[in-house]
Design a protein around this ligand. Structure first.
Ligand code: ATP
Ligand code: MG
Length: 166
């Protein structure tokens, strides 16, 4: 039995995140999706709350293995990050990440880390999608359908625009 952990801020959840989750799901038995910076919401860098991000994920992910979504607040201290995460989560055996710092922190703690290719990084990027929302460009095709619907339902684009204008 292998359980994988994937942590992201998912601001918003996009097709790069979905691919990472699908690859992990094809290689393990159980998945934990950690919502990073979960205390944040309604800010420029973190427009969506943990609850809203959870909804985006639930409305988008369709994998065959069981998964759970758990909020992970920041501790702003790399030295205690891994133990902080372990305290909040059920047991996991492997971390899927394409982030260098995250890779280093987990592998230094003796936890197996796996990476995937980076998919269409110019576009499948939270930063790029937020920028497109602000400038009125197309963004819907960069996120799963269920995420686009969730964002529209909560007035997400207007919110992101408003947060960038102050
Ligand atoms: P932001 O631009 O706001 O930092 P992001 O798109 O980088 O958002 P994160 O929440 O920082 O998304 O990333 C969560 C995880 O998903 C990380 O392991 C990251 O490496 C991975 N990831 C993000 N985008 C892609 C992508 N396009 N292809 C593969 N993995 C990705
Ligand atoms: Mg990032």
């Amino acid at each position: 039995m292998k359980t994988a952990l994937i942590i992201g801020r998912f601001q918003p959840f996009h097709l790069g995140h979905l691919k990472l989750i699908e690859i992990a799901a094809n290689n393990v038995d159980k998945l934990i999706i950690g919502i990073g910076s979960s205390q944040e919401g309604n800010t420029k860098e973190n427009p969506f709350t943990a609850n809203e991000r959870e909804k985006m994920i639930k409305n988008s992910v369709n994998i065959k293995i069981p998964y759970e979504i758990i909020p992970i607040p920041d501790v702003n201290n790399d030295k205690i990050w891994v133990s902080h995460v372990k305290k909040l989560l059920p047991e996991f055996n492997v971390v899927y990440t394409n982030g260098k710092l995250e890779r280093n922190l987990f592998s230094d703690a003796g936890i197996e880390v796996r990476s995937t290719e980076i998919f269409n990084r110019d576009m499948y990027s939270g930063t790029e999608i937020r920028r497109r929302m602000v400038s009125g460009e197309n963004w819907e095709y960069l996120v799963p359908k269920g995420t686009a619907e969730t964002i529209k339902r909560i007035g997400g684009v207007e919110r992101v625009k408003g947060l960038y204008s102050v």
